[in-house]
Write a protein that binds this ligand. Structure first.
Ligand code: ADP
Ligand code: ZN
Ligand code: ZN
Length: 726
């Protein structure tokens, strides 16, 4: 009797036993089963001879969906590791690892991809007749040159314009079977490339020497030192052997610029995976890669699950980037999963960055990873000089000191671009009554509303709650309400009034909604259409702006006093990455940081000695304080309408773990963000000097946590190796 053990999308840490129909499906194939009143799609994870349940009571599956497994042995190993390490239900892990189309039971066989095309009616339309609908006009005009992928059209021209043209019957859908029979291996070329410098050459040959085995490299190269060039030259022999390369990039680092560098060098198609794709497009990249029909696959976090027929090399670019850690559901770290995957595939992994995460750095310093360094900027570029600017007792104009305005002017007059970083979008972080001091707050989060003048709204940046801008104070009815502090919108407005002769562009998640909008903004910067670039985090991510010579960081003082022990590391990475945007080509660059605390040891160390020095001492501090990477952590988070419930639940969890050997419990304490969306949030931190002790304890008690009295009353989650304590 064969028993199928099936991974079902049910939040339980177990497989579910079913009987086979006449043929026994292969492990890794999808099946349809009934589960209570529901029909579910699951994946056969094991086939065994016995069951812990009474066999006569087991149900048979209803249907086998796949002839061939959609998960190969390595994929299954990865999923099992994820479930085990993150203590996450296996069925849910398997779901996360599958493209959405497959979760829904669609065929795993190659499927046609849908494009928009001009209809017969559309061909007779005069473009000028659409002059009052510029987006529709632009879309129709673009379609006259070539058919456009559905997702791309939606992103570039908007859903409304697409729908309008479709309703007018000017455009129709055409499905094209992808021509995936062409073999990229025959089209492979190698374009002219720069001669690697000594350090690059050493890095390239070190990677090449390990191509047939597992090895993990940290490629630690300052910004602009030519890390991408190292990737390109390391990839070359892999592709020439006919093997595939998977490259992970941060969420907002995936630009056409990046993809084109790889495409151009090797003259082959690159599979791109990002959140803007339709389910079908995503499935297609997945299928092609699984069949070995793509040489290079580039994607964000979840691309780490992409199957490859002939894997040859893994690369994680900007490995320190926070977007590699998923912050909800299956809270995995894609960089760590990449290590596990490279090991399972017996291939090398390259982790590249200018600002290694302390965990990664420690692994390199202790010899667990092979340490490759690039100390100098490639080509003719020199490193930007770094300075702090004391703003104590200085009058500020829209957040900027006069000395800094003069410096901006200097750079603009030399024909360069300047970049200003501020970590707050909107017009101002608070609206305050000038009479009585009352601050408009989000009652669900107990935090001030951000003022958005352009949207004419107050918006809570913690829960999205929004309302109109009041005309008078709730408390004293005064109409003198004033904006406090500075956000990107105000900065943009102030600078365009102060420097009317220069064009500025604001890049934050309000203005750059959608990937293609960001792409367009980035290329307009590279075309020198704007001289003043204003933005948030988005601007710090690996973009290459050759004409930027001044980077000004406006307000990071808050992070200097954060209660989160990772704040210093993240701030140092941010500052270093931002400084790295300056002077990337011939013109030398400089970075200035405005602060009320110019003598702060972190700033002084960073500016005078650089990230590497800072990181070494930060590691020592972590060691003395018994913090990661010298200890291992797991964080239970709980939230409820009553703070009492959340606290009690974690108190009970803490009691369970008090029996665990070698594990200490810290808390329950309120989260950094104590209240959000009306829910009170508490945390319990588990810590151990041994990863294995922590893992053992979690494995032992997690099911008991689930049966705790309050477990159904509070919303709780477990975060292994937590990065974010907010
Ligand atoms: P990183 O990825 O470290 O930021 P890049 O690989 O983007 O650096 O390189 C920065 C710039 O230097 C690019 O314009 C690149 O073409 C150029 N470059 C890289 N390596 C060399 C080299 N060996 N000789 C000349 N130019 C180089
Ligand atoms: Zn008032
Ligand atoms: Zn809120």
């Amino acid at each position: 009797m064969s028993i199928l053990r099936i991974a079902l999308p049910i939040p339980k840490r177990q497989l579910f036993d079913y009987l086979a129909l006449d043929v026994i499906p292969k492990v890794g194939c999808r099946v349809r089963v009934s589960f209570g009143p529901r029909k579910l799609i699951g994946v056969v994870w094991e086939v065994g001879e016995d069951s812990t349940w009474e066999v006569s009571k087991l149900k048979a599956i209803q249907e086998v969906i796949d002839d061939k497994p959609i998960f190969d042995a390595t994929q299954r190993k990865l999923c099992s590791w994820l479930a085990q390490y993150y203590k996450h239900p296996i069925g849910d892990v398997v779901q996360s690892a599958m493209p959405v189309a497959l979760r829904k039971g669609e065929s795993s066989l190659p499927k046609a991809i849908e494009y928009w095309t001009v209809s017969e009616t559309g061909k007779t339309v005069e473009l000028s007749s659409l002059s009052r609908a510029p987006k529709q006009q632009a879309l129709l005009s673009a379609l006259q040159t070539e058919d456009i992928l559905k997702s791309k059209a939606k992103e570039q021209f908007g859903a409304a314009a697409t729908k309008a043209l479709f309703d007018k019957e000017f455009i129709t859908v055409i499905a094209k079977q992808s021509t995936n029979e062409t073999n990229w291996r025959q089209n492979l070329i190698v374009q002219d490339k720069p001669v690697a410098n000594v350090e690059q050459a050493l890095a390239i040959s070190s990677i090449e020497a390990k191509l047939a085995e597992f090895a993990c490299f940290l490629l630690d190269g300052i910004t602009g030192s030519g890390k991408t060039e190292v990737y390109l030259q390391a990839i070359e022999p892999v592709l020439k052997q006919g093997k595939q390369v998977l490259i992970l990039v941060p969420e907002i680092g995936l630009t056409p610029q990046t993809v084109n560098r790889f495409k151009y060098r090797f003259g082959i198609d690159v599979g791109v995976l990002h959140s803007g794709l339709t389910n079908n497009e995503r499935l297609q990249v997945w299928q092609k890669s699984a069949k070995g029909q793509l040489g290079i696959i580039i994607g964000t976090r979840s691309a780490i699950f992409t199957p490859m027929l002939a894997p040859g090399l893994l690369i994680v670019d900007e490995e320190h980037d926070a977007s590699y850690k998923q912050q909800d559901g299956l809270r995995y770290h894609a960089r760590d999963l990449a290590v596990v995957r490279a090991h399972a595939e017996k291939i090398p992994l390259v982790l590249g960055t200018a600002t290694p995460a302390l965990e990664t750095l420690n692994n390199a310093l202790t010899g667990k990873y092979l340490y490759l360094k690039l100390h100098e900027r490639a080509g003719n570029a020199s490193v930007a000089t770094q300075h702090v600017f004391d703003i104590r007792q200085q009058p500020l104009k829209f957040g900027i000191a006069q000395g800094m305005l003069d410096r901006i002017k200097l750079h603009l007059e030399q024909g360069s671009q300047v970049m200003l970083f501020i970590n707050r979008r909107g017009y101002a972080p608070a609206l305050v009554c000038h009479q009585c001091g009352f601050v408009e707050q989000c009652l669900r989060c107990d935090k001030p509303f951000t003022l958005h003048n352009q949207l004419y709204k107050l918006q809570c940046h913690h829960c999205g709650n929004a309302k109109g801008i009041p005309k008078s104070c709730q408390q004293c009815q005064s109409t003198e309400l004033t904006a406090m502090g500075v956000g990107t919108e105000q900065l943009e407005q102030g600078l365009s009034q102060y420097f009317p002769e220069y064009s500025n562009i604001r890049i934050d998640s309000d203005s750059a909604r959608g990937k293609s909008k960001l792409d367009r903004m980035l290329s307009s910067i590279n075309n020198n259409e704007h001289q003043i670039l204003i933005g948030t985090q988005i601007l710090s991510k690996g973009h290459h702006f050759p004409n930027v010579t001044l980077v000004l960081i406006l307000d990071v003082d808050g992070a200097l006093f954060s209660a989160d022990y990772r704040a210093a590391e993240n701030l140092a990475q941010l500052i270093t990455q931002l400084a790295g945007r300056a002077g990337r080509a011939e013109k030398p660059g400089e970075m200035w940081l405005q602060t009320h605390d110019p003598g702060h040891p972190l700033l002084q160390d960073l500016i005078n000695n650089g990230y590497a020095h800072f990181a070494k001492y930060a590691l020592l501090e972590r060691q003395h304080a018994n913090l990661p990477p010298f200890t291992y952590q797991a964080l239970f988070k709980a939230q409820a309408l009553s703070a009492q419930d959340a606290h009690m639940f974690l108190q009970n969890v803490s009691q369970l773990f008090s029996h665990a050997a070698g594990v200490s419990c810290i808390g329950p304490i309120p989260a950094l963000m104590e209240k959000r969306q009306g829910q009170y949030r508490m945390q319990l931190l588990l810590q151990s000097s041994q990863r294995s002790s922590l893992q053992r304890a979690l494995g032992h008690y997690i099911n008991q946590v689930e049966t705790l009295f309050l477990a159904n009353k509070v919303r709780w989650s477990l975060d292994i190796d937590p990065q974010d304590f907010s």
